[in-house]
Ligand binder design. Structure first.
Ligand code: ADP
Length: 452
C-alpha cells in the first residue's frame, strides 16, 4: 500500500498531462484541417462565381449596357465602339450583384455563415479596384488574422476577346478565419475542456479520499497502541495490588489492605474515565450530543474541578492561582459536559508541564459574555501543533511528551462542547513557556431563581 500509492499518483498524473497534451495537439490540428476545408469551399464558391462572370465577359456583347438599345438599326460610331470594346466586370455588374452571387455560391457550398469581403481588380485604368465591398480594404490589409483568396478572371482561350480584355482578378477576404473556425468547433473544444476538468477534479477528490484513508488507518493504529498502553498500566497495577493483598501479612494488616484497595479503586477510576473518553468520542461522531442545559455558575464548576485535581497537582508540586473576577458568572450549560470540558483543560495543563507547575485560572466579563482563562507554564506547543490540537486523535509527537499518555481526544471533545454551547475557544502558546486557553461563553439572560 505504501509503495503503490505514489506509483499510482505518478501514473495518473502523467496520464492526465498526456491526455491534456494530446487533446491540445488534436484540437490544433482539427482547427487547421477545418480551416483548410473552409478554404477549399471558399475556393470552390469563387470558381463558381468566376466562371459565371466570365461567361458574360468572354463572348457576348454587353447587353446590359444601357447605351445599347435593341431596335436601333444603325448605331452611331461611338456606340459601336462602345459596344465592341471589351467589357469589364464592373461594366456588367454592380458590387451588390456580385455580393449576391458570392453569397449564393457560399450557400451552395454549405458555408453560408462565413463572412467575406471582396474586390475586383483590373490591370488597366487609373483605379486598380473596379469594384469592392464596403470593408474590403481594411480587411485586406490585415494579413495576420484574415485570409485572402484570388481568382483570375481569364477569358477562355479561343473566345472572341482573348488577349483583348484587360486582366481582372477577383479577391476575396475571409475576415478572422481562425476565429471563425474556432467558433464552429467551440462545442467540441468546450466539451474537451469540460471533461478534462471533470477528470482532474475526480482525480483530486479520489486522491484526497485515498490520503485521508491512509491517515485514518495510521490514526487507528496509533489509537489502538495508545489504548493498549493506557489500559495495560492500570491493569498491571491492579494485578500487583491483588497479589499483594493475597499475602498473609498484608491480609492481617488493615492499614495495608486499605492502601492496596485504595490503589485498586484509584486505577479503576482511571480506567473508567478512559472508557468514558472513548465513548464520548464515539457519541460525538454520531452527533448524538444532547445537552441538558441549566443555569450554572462558572466559578463553582472551576472550584470543583480544581479540588478534584488536588492529588495530581501535589504530584507535580503545582500551585494554582485563581482570579475569578467576573461579576456575573451565570451561564446556561450542560453541567456534566461543561465540567468535563474544564476538567480536560486543567488535566492537559497538569499533564503537559514540568515540575513546579503554576496553574492560573481567571475569569472576567466582556459584554454579555464571560471569559475563562486557563493558563499554564508547561511545555507549550508550536504554531503547527496549535492549529491541529482540536482535531480528533491528534497528539504532538515531539520532545518529551511521549511519556505522557493520551488518546488525542480530550481537546476535540472540548472543541465540540464549546461549539455545542455556541461559545468560542482559542489557544495561545509558546514552546517552553506555556499555554493559555481562553473560552468565551454567553451569559444567561435568565434570572436565577433564588430559593426563598
Ligand atoms: P491527549 O492529551 O490525550 O494527547 P488532547 O486532545 O487533550 O489529547 O491534546 C492534544 C495534544 O495537544 C496533546 O497531545 C498535546 O501535544 C497538546 N496539548 C494539549 N494541551 C496542552 C498544554 N496545556 N500544553 C502543551 N501541549 C498541550
Amino acid at each position: 500500500m505504501k509503495r503503490i500509492l505514489p506509483v499510482i499518483i505518478i501514473l495518473i498524473t502523467a496520464s492526465l498531462i498526456g491526455i491534456i497534451f494530446i487533446q491540445v495537439q488534436w484540437i490544433q490540428s482539427m482547427l487547421k484541417i477545418k480551416e483548410e476545408q473552409l478554404a477549399e469551399k471558399v475556393t470552390k464558391a469563387m470558381d463558381m462565381v468566376g466562371q459565371d462572370l466570365m461567361e458574360q465577359k468572354g463572348t457576348l456583347p454587353n447587353l446590359k449596357n444601357p447605351k445599347f438599345r435593341p431596335g436601333l438599326v444603325l448605331p452611331s460610331e461611338q456606340l459601336l465602339n462602345e459596344l465592341m470594346r471589351p467589357s469589364t466586370i464592373a461594366k456588367n455588374y454592380t458590387s451588390f450583384e456580385i455580393d449576391e452571387k458570392l453569397r449564393k455560391a457560399f450557400d451552395l457550398n454549405g458555408i453560408k455563415d462565413t463572412k467575406f469581403e471582396f474586390a475586383i481588380t483590373s490591370s488597366v485604368g487609373l483605379y486598380q479596384y473596379e469594384l469592392k465591398s464596403k470593408n474590403f480594404l481594411p480587411e485586406y490589409e490585415d494579413t495576420v488574422r484574415n485570409r485572402a483568396f484570388v481568382y483570375l478572371l481569364q477569358v477562355p482561350s479561343g473566345s472572341d476577346y482573348e488577349s483583348l480584355v484587360p486582366e481582372e482578378r477577383m479577391i476575396l477576404v475571409v475576415p478572422n478565419i481562425k476565429h471563425f473556425v474556432f467558433t464552429q468547433l467551440r462545442w467540441m473544444i468546450g466539451g474537451a475542456i469540460l471533461f478534462t476538468l471533470i477528470l482532474c477534479a475526480a482525480f483530486y477528490v479520489t486522491l484526497n479520499a485515498l490520503l485521508r484513508q491512509k491517515k485514518l488507518s495510521e490514526i487507528k493504529n496509533d489509537f489502538i497502541n495508545n489504548m493498549t498502553h493506557e489500559f495495560k498500566t492500570p491493569l498491571a497495577t491492579i494485578s500487583l495490588a491483588v497479589d499483594a493483598m493475597r499475602n498473609e501479612k498484608v491480609l492481617q494488616d488493615k492499614q495495608k489492605m486499605d492502601y492496596f484497595s485504595g490503589i485498586i479503586k484509584e486505577e479503576n477510576k482511571r480506567m473508567n474515565k478512559q472508557v468514558e473518553t472513548i465513548l464520548q468520542a464515539s457519541l460525538m461522531d454520531r452527533q448524538e450530543i444532547q445537552l441538558n442545559k441549566k443555569l450554572i455558575h462558572v466559578h463553582d464548576v472551576i472550584r470543583a474541578v480544581i479540588d478534584n485535581f488536588d492529588l495530581q497537582m501535589a504530584d507535580k508540586n503545582a500551585t494554582d492561582e485563581m482570579q475569578l473576577n467576573a461579576k456575573n458568572d451565570l451561564i446556561e450549560a450542560d453541567e456534566v459536559h461543561f465540567t468535563n470540558l474544564i476538567s480536560n483543560l486543567v488535566d492537559n495543563a497538569v499533564k503537559y508541564s514540568k515540575e513546579n507547575l503554576l496553574l492560573k485560572l481567571s475569569t472576567s466579563n466582556a459584554g454579555k459574555s464571560i471569559l475563562i482563562r486557563i493558563e499554564d507554564n508547561g511545555i507549550g506547543m508550536s504554531k503547527e501543533t496549535q492549529k491541529r490540537i482540536f482535531e480528533k486523535f491528534y497528539r504532538a509527537h515531539t520532545g518529551n511528551i511521549h511519556n505522557v499518555k493520551g488518546f488525542g481526544l480530550g481537546l476535540s471533545y472540548v472543541k465540540t462542547m464549546v461549539d455545542a454551547h455556541e461559545g468560542k475557544i482559542k489557544v495561545e502558546s509558546t514552546i517552553g513557556k506555556g499555554t493559555v486557553f481562553t473560552i468565551e461563553m454567553a451569559l444567561s439572560h435568565k434570572e436565577e431563581k433564588i430559593p426563598a
